[in-house]
Ligand binder design. Structure first.
Ligand code: SF4
Ligand code: ZN
Ligand code: ZN
Length: 307
């Protein structure tokens, strides 16, 4: 397999794009592709201050590297969840995020969940009767809240997350299987700011996970390779395995599935649903000021405060 641009030995073969590239040309191609996605969905401009949510993994570090190289004004936020009991996963991912930022002279702030809330995710999961080994719902709530709080506090124009195409296609498959019209009506990769929440964008939404992995390896980014110890039995992993099988047989399946959904969404296929009522009715949590459906405490504050 040869590089389409220079004819040298290809390092990456992207069957879904019918494109093979050598290392040098792949490392030029991917940032251009991400830039086209940013422009296509009007995600942000070079005047905006971007806050990148960084986990220390290949997706978030590749994204930060790409946005920095493209010339965007970026800072990172690392959310220290204290995932496992020995903190090994959190320690390793934190180290990867810090080394990356230091090597490039970029600013990284840390949101320490234990410091802010007085307990780690696993402890909250136990106290709220979800179980020590099932922290994902608590973790999702805390991460969303921490990212939003950090973006608002730092007065950033856009909160940027590194969800890739594999993540988005798996979420879409899950929402289609459940016919969750509320979620399907708001699956756009960019969301405007509103009362209590910052603008959000996902510039890797059309980038395959194996492309961000190839980018991280070829550009020698020292990323956290282990997955979260709780990720193994998540529903999303199961959907990703299905999608990978379809992709193997029919290259481009994930991209078509996601692109055509966005077209349908843009053309009004999914009306704004009930689940958007927290945003639309502008009920704000009396404790943190972020949107809530009830008018009382938001789901995050309810984890820690009893009314
Ligand atoms: Fe949090 Fe994801 Fe780990 Fe679950 S799998 S605990 S959501 S990081
Ligand atoms: Zn080449
Ligand atoms: Zn709240």
């Amino acid at each position: 397999m040869k590089c389409r641009t220079c004819g040298a030995k290809a390092a990456v073969n992207m069957r879904h794009h019918r494109l093979s590239l050598c290392s040098e040309h792949f490392l030029r191609w991917l940032p251009n592709y991400v830039q086209r996605t940013i422009e296509k969905y009007n995600m942000f401009t070079f005047e905006d201050r971007l806050l990148i949510a960084v986990s220390g993994g290949k997706d978030s570090l590749s994204l930060w590297d790409i946005l920095h190289l493209l010339g965007y004004q970026t800072e990172g936020v690392y959310i220290d969840l204290g995932i496992d009991e020995n903190f090994l996963y959190s320690q390793k991912s934190f180290k990867a995020a810090v080394s990356f930022a230091e090597a490039r002279g970029l600013n990284l702030t840390v949101y320490d969940v234990k410091e802010m809330q007085g307990e780690i995710i696993a402890e909250t999961a136990v106290r709220t009767r979800r179980g020590r080994n099932k922290p994902c719902s608590v973790c999702g709530l805390v991460k969303r809240h921490a990212m939003n709080t950090s973006a608002l506090k730092g007065k950033f124009d856009v909160l940027v997350t590194a969800h890739n195409l594999d993540d988005e296609a798996a979420i879409l498959l899950s929402n289609v299987l459940d016919w969750s019209l509320d979620f399907l009506s708001r699956g756009y990769p960019v969301h405007p700011a509103g009362p209590g929440f910052s603008k959000k964008a996902k510039p890797l939404c059309r980038t395959y996970e194996r492309e961000t992995a190839a980018y991280a390896v070829l550009s020698k980014i020292d990323y956290m390779q282990e997955e979260c110890p709780f990720s193994t039995d998540s529903k999303q992993i199961y959907y990703k395995q299905f999608l990978n099988q379809w992709e193997d047989r029919m290259p481009g399946t994930k991209l078509r599935f996601y692109n055509n959904y966005l077209k349908a969404l843009y053309n009004g296929a999914f009306p704004v649903g009930q689940d958007n009522k927290d945003v639309l009715s502008q009920n704000l949590c009396p404790n943190c000021g972020q949107p809530t459906q009830t008018g009382g405490l938001c789901a995050f504050c309810s984890l820690y405060i009893h009314e």
